[in-house]
Design a protein around this ligand. Structure first.
Ligand SMILES: [Zn+2]
Ligand SMILES: [Zn+2]
Length: 288
């Protein structure tokens, strides 16, 4: 066969290949366009009906965090530069640690919260805790998982702050456990909801002084299986952090069972009430 003839055959083959390729491309584009049109038609005919958990506006699509952009902007994130480096309380002014962490024995290694406990986040947490809306924990868990990733923490085990049996029965669920289960699923970290238990209700503290409260809170929690936590880096999950005394009491028990590092993550942290020097002195006197 002459070289000229071979070239002609090759060119013809090339052309037919590129033609079939371009046919495939055209077919692929058409198929993509058809799928997009189909989804658009479906979303118009059968809307997903996903609404913002705060304002109730329709969301354009299903998303992990079911909050619209407008409402997201209203939530007050706690930046690393504006919180206590130990307990994560929002603080203003100079210094890396809040007065609580400077003056009292903090047992957990580090704690952080996603938001300041105010405005819309307060309403969402109230819905989860008091208005029987356990589904709110899905979105809140995603916020917590995002925060965990940002902080670059490395936990072996997730444990929720437990509720007493009586409180759990009253509410029907433990909101911290729902959050912890969500975080565990998103981050693929094992969870243990059986080991750390609350054996006394905190309400019984009402009549006690500050020093007695601290001791009493410590004896509220118990680790049932110390081998489950021994040497483990624990991510302790709670909904709201206020004084940090609950997280402290849980950590006390976990460390007594020889847990390793204890990191506390919560959705929101109450604004720190900065105690005056005189109130600090009176608190110190109470403890000593
Ligand atoms: Zn909204
Ligand atoms: Zn602090």
């Amino acid at each position: 066969m002459s070289t000229e003839k071979t070239d002609t055959i090759n060119t013809t083959r090339k052309n037919s290949k590129s033609t079939s390729k371009s046919k495939r491309n055209v077919f692929g584009e058409c198929a993509n366009m058809f799928v997009k049109l189909y989804h658009k038609a479906c979303s118009v005919l059968f809307p997903a009906n996903i609404k913002c958990l705060i304002c109730g506006d329709d969301l354009p699509q299903k998303q992990d965090i079911e909050i619209c952009e407008k409402c997201r902007c209203k939530l007050h994130d706690i930046a690393e530069s504006e919180c206590c480096m130990r307990c994560g309380a929002p603080i203003s002014g100079q210094g890396s640690f809040c007065l609580n962490c400077q003056n009292y024995n903090v047992e957990f290694d580090v704690a952080r919260s996603v938001f300041v406990y105010d405005g819309e986040i307060k309403h969402l947490i109230a819905g989860l805790k008091y208005n029987n809306k356990p589904y709110l924990s899905r979105t809140l868990s995603h916020f917590m998982a995002q925060k965990y990733r940002e902080l670059n923490w490395q936990a072996d085990l997730i444990i929720p702050v437990p509720l007493s049996d009586a409180r759990k029965k009253w509410r029907g669920y433990n909101q911290a456990q729902l959050l912890a289960e969500g975080v565990s699923e998103i981050l693929n970290i094992p969870i243990n909801t059986e080991t750390l238990v609350k054996i006394k209700d905190t309400e019984t503290q009402a009549s006690l002084g500050l020093a007695e409260r601290r001791t009493n809170l410590e004896s509220c929690f118990k680790v049932l299986d110390k081998y489950a936590v021994r040497g483990k880096k624990i991510l302790l999950i709670d909904d709201v952090m206020t004084t940090g005394s609950t997280a402290n009491a849980c950590t006390h028990e976990l460390k007594r069972a020889h847990a390793g590092r204890v990191m506390v993550l919560s959705i929101a942290h109450g604004k720190q009430d900065i105690p005056t020097q005189s109130s600090l002195e009176s608190i110190k006197n109470l403890i000593n």
